[in-house]
Design a protein. Sequence first.
Length: 180
Amino acid sequence: MYRPEWTWIAEEEDRVVARALWWGQSSSTHPIALDCLHVDGSVTDPSALATELLTAGLGAFAAQGASRLPLYNLTLRPDWRSDPAVADALAWRRTAALAAGLTDEVERLRLEWRPEAGTPRPSGRLTFTQATDDEFLDVFRRIAEGSLDGETRRNLAILGPEATAREEMDFYLGCPGERE
C-alpha cells in the first residue's frame, strides 16, 4: 500500500528529478520498505541526490516515531552482475541507501514458476492441505531456526524464535488475498 505521506520527490525548476516510494500494509503506522528509488537521467550525481532524498524521508519517519528503518527491496535478475547497465543502476542506488543508513543487505534468490515450464507428475512426496494458525506458526518457527537469511537471523538474535515466527505470520496474515 502506497501513501502520499510515504512518497518523497525532489524537484528542480518545477520538474520532478527524483522520487522515493515507500510502502506498507494498510494497518502500518510507518512504511515497511522502500520500493522505488528513481533519479532522472539528467542528474549528474544520482547517488548524491538520492542520498538527500532518502535521508529526508527516513528522518521524517523517525520524527514520526518509526522505531526501525524500512527495508529496501530491489528485484534483480540472477545474472545482474554480468549486465553493466543493471550493475550501474544498482551501484548508485546502493551507495545512496548505504549513505542514508540503510546498511543491512540481504540477497535472496527468488524462484518463480512459469506456466510454459509445465508441471511435473506428482510423485506423492508432497501433500497439500489447509493448516491452522498454530501449524503455520510452528512452520515459521522451524524455518527461522538455522536460516541463512540475514534478516531472519537478525530478528532471531533480537526477538528469539517465537517472536520472529509470530512477526512473520502476522505480516502474511495482514497481506491482501485469501489464505487458500
